[in-house]
Write a protein that binds this ligand. Sequence first.
Ligand SMILES: C[S@@+](CC[C@H](N)C(=O)[O-])C[C@H]1O[C@@H](n2cnc3c(N)ncnc32)[C@H](O)[C@@H]1O
Length: 342
Amino acid sequence: MSKAGALDLASGVGGKIEKKDVLNAVEKYENYHVFHGGEEEDRKANYTDMVNKYYDLVTSFYEFGWGESFHFAHRWKGESLRESIKRHEHFLALQLGLKPGQKVLDVGCGIGGPLREIARFSSTSVTGLNNNEYQISRGKELNRIAGVDKTCEFVKADFMKMPFGDNVFDAVYAIEATCHAPDALGCYKEIYRVLKPGQHFAAYEWCMTDAFDRNNPEHQRIKAEIEIGDGLPDIRSTGQCLEALKHAGFEIIWDKDLTIGAPVPWYLPLDASRFSLTSFRLTAVGRFFTRNMVKALESIGIAPKGSQRVQSFLEQAAVGLVDGGKKEIFTPMYFFLARKPL
Ligand SMILES: C[S@@+](CC[C@H](N)C(=O)[O-])C[C@H]1O[C@@H](n2cnc3c(N)ncnc32)[C@H](O)[C@@H]1O
């Protein structure tokens, strides 16, 4: 079972960081970002430390509010958030043409929500690559409970330097993860190297769209809010991702920003102006309760000091994401299907 209770949330803040060091980690994390005088070059040079601190701090909040899969989804009217998340994962499996028994790599796998779903949907063996130890420990427990621990595994490593031989996977996918790479080309080249020739790589990338104007201060504010709230060094444009894929050697089969024309806006669950019973914890009222609960649990010492600050930068991220979505300058689902030539 996913750890979705209030006490799980509180005690999980900080992940593998010692509880007494959580506040210090929050300060160090915040200092990487623009609002606190941080520089893009510094974020890129120290991406492992920045991203790992971020996921140690936020993973229990993600599980509490969102579930086991840490991504947005294309959504139809009448579909619940949970249903849309699963369908978004199945879509990727279908695009990759997964066949039973294949060996698949999930790049930046979180606690393995998509990995378990895709492995069961396609009867494949999925390896989850992740550089965060806390998430891997959660993922292993959830794999055991789901009964996929014999066929799926986790590997702790950096996706910029993968510990795999050349040409070993039948398919590779990445869901809202390679946006953390300090350099897209370096990351895509590693994916290209480990993928068998003739096989496919599919991903949902976080990108700034063509509507983003870097000379517009409002657009820059939104971009910086998303970066601090989501542990990102610098959000790339869709064009930059496409170029990096081609430079890495991939043929592009097709690509599309799936937010365009989507029946339900992807950012709806985070929009403070709407109410939902099925994803109550994400609504303004739900977030008000969580904020006060975290405050109370921090004051009696169950949640480590610094927990409220984490809640606060996550709320800042939600504002940035909703604004970026409404202005159509940001997408969390720039989809592409690419092939390594024979
Ligand atoms: C937004 S989460 C998405 C997780 C998962 N794909 C999902 O949809 O549930 C991004 C993931 O990328 C992982 N990640 C970020 N940078 C990484 C790196 N350099 N190497 C390996 N994993 C990384 C994080 O630890 C996190 O698990």
